[in-house]
Design a protein around this ligand. Structure first.
Ligand code: MF3
Ligand code: CO
Length: 262
């Protein structure tokens, strides 16, 4: 989500019942991403990928979270190479050999949302793109590992940032992770970097029942981004590739629990 001005938020802690529902929403999202992964190859249209994701979600009794969200027209975001996030799938947008391709999916089940993203390789990809993908997944997982009850939220931001900085890639700063639950975007914002004074959320103490979408967007070149005339598609300013991985997680007494798993 795009970064907002915010006050220190009061964060709803989900009950066990709510967490069970969110686990199911997350399972449906994971199922959609797994199905999509099976058909990723050069020549496939992103519209076809969108239809498959929607079919999995709807046949599971859920509703695509993105469709209709501020007028967004599709079930997935389709994000090849220089598209960072919010690319709109279409019959004309066809996967090409050598691309990295981000797919972002959300599903609402019984009033609660799951949100996750995976970046896939389309055929053989360059060593550089492979490293970018691997590092972005690793950064997401480092952020998740830092999501321990009792930690301040900044521990997540710092873990993600340190992981990416060591590799020499850059982190998108104008988009952040987010709380999630009855709404796809709830407080707190979850920045993927530490910038003193910028986010009151940094000081939030993580507690069991907090549910977060942790989603680093990592660029090969500049961290800067631009928006297309469609008012959705976000690209890297230098048009170099970008990768994106996201999980919805719950904070628990026994450490982070990933909700967007099959
Ligand atoms: N995971 C993306 C986000 O948190 C979902 C975008 S949904 C869209 O921003 F509907 F805005 F495309
Ligand atoms: Co998200």
């Amino acid at each position: 989500m795009s970064r907002q001005h915010s006050r220190i938020p009061n964060i709803h802690r989900k009950t066990e019942v709510e967490l069970e529902i969110m686990r199911e929403a997350g399972r449906i999202v994971a199922k959609a991403l797994a199905a999509v992964g099976e058909i990723i190859e050069p020549g496939v249209s992103t519209a076809k990928i969108d239809r498959l994701a929607e079919q999995v979600i709807v046949s599971s009794g859920a509703v695509p979270s993105f469709k209709g969200y501020h007028g967004y027209p599709a079930t997935i975001c389709a994000d090849p190479d220089d598209i960072v996030v919010h690319g709109i799938p279409s019959e004309e947008m066809i996967l090409e050999e050598g691309q990295i391709f981000g797919v972002d999916v959300g599903a609402e089940w019984n009033g609660y949302h799951g949100d996750a993203a995976v970046t896939f390789a389309v055929g053989d990809i360059s060593v550089e793109k492979r490293a970018l993908m691997d590092k972005t997944r690793e950064a997401r997982d480092a952020g998740i590992a830092a999501a321990m009850a009792g930690n301040h939220l900044v521990a997540i931001s710092s873990a993600v940032e340190n992981c990416v900085a060591r590799a020499g890639f850059s982190i998108v700063r104008d988009l952040v992770g987010h709380g999630i639950g009855r709404a796809m975007h709830e407080p707190p914002q979850v920045p993927n970097f530490v910038e003193e004074g910028q986010f009151p959320e940094y000081g939030l103490t993580l507690r069991p029942g907090h549910t977060l979408a942790i989603e680093p967007m990592v660029n090969l070149g500049t961290h800067r981004i631009t928006q297309d005339a469609d008012h959705w598609t976000i690209r890297t300013a230098d048009r170099l590739p970008s990768a994106h991985f996201e999980h919805t997680i719950a904070i628990s007494r026994n450490g982070p629990v990933i909700l967007t798993l099959p």
